[in-house]
Design a protein. Structure first.
Length: 214
């Protein structure tokens, strides 16, 4: 059974989450402010997912995400933003940069929320499994670093294919604001993945002594 913390006082968002979690037998706990959420998280870090209503008064979403992600006991917790129709894309992008894993805009579609929830929980499970398999010796540790150092090259080809596919898709779709915006968002997220992977790869190479060990 999973534990999900819903941070919000929006009736629609709460109803959507309860409906989705009820299907899978997961537990939904609710608080009405970001400040209360931080207290709950620090008292009990056994949550598997945090869902935040972006439009809450008080502590803003960007500051909240940053406080969660700088806490070593909470940094691996996935955060999903539920954004109202009046939310600014720039503000939501800042939330993603601050550590949120994704966002969904009104009207809240249950299929979209369910997809994001399942993806976030799968990644969370993988991270916990990796943490449980910490290297036991220097040799094993260096082998992991070698694998990470090659990530940038490994990810580059599928990302290039993604860029090309989206370009072709845009050409085949009607030229309107919605299509252009959607393509821009895909490129933005792909660029973010590429930068994160490249950063991890370079750091691993530095830890290996600057070489490209094979």
């Amino acid at each position: 059974m999973r534990r999900v913390l819903w941070v919000g006082n929006d009736g629609e968002g709460t109803a959507v989450m309860r409906g989705i979690l009820g299907e899978s037998g997961d537990t939904l706990e609710t608080v009405s402010s970001a400040e209360s959420a931080l207290l709950s998280l620090r008292e009990n870090d056994a949550y598997d997912l945090l869902v935040l209503d972006w439009g809450l008064p008080g502590l803003d979403g960007v500051s909240f995400c940053r406080q969660v992600k700088i806490d070593p006991n909470l940094s691996a917790l996935p955060i999903l933003l539920m954004a109202g129709a009046d939310a600014k894309k720039l503000a939501l992008s800042a939330g993603l940069e601050a550590g949120a894993d994704g966002y969904i805009e009104e009207p809240f579609d249950e299929t979209a929320v369910r997809t994001w929830k399942n993806a976030a929980l799968k990644i969370h499970d993988l991270e916990k499994a990796l943490q449980a398999r910490q290297p036991r010796d220097v040799c094993c540790h260096r082998e992991i670093l070698r694998s990470i150092s090659k990530l940038s090259h490994a990810v580059n080809n599928p990302l290039q294919a993604l860029y090309a596919t989206v370009d072709m898709l845009v050409l085949s779709l009607p030229e309107n604001h919605e299509s252009i915006t959607l393509a821009g968002e895909i490129f933005e997220h792909a660029d973010r993945v590429a930068k994160l992977v490249a950063q991890a790869s370079y750091q691993a190479k530095d830890m290996l002594g600057g070489g490209t060990e094979s």
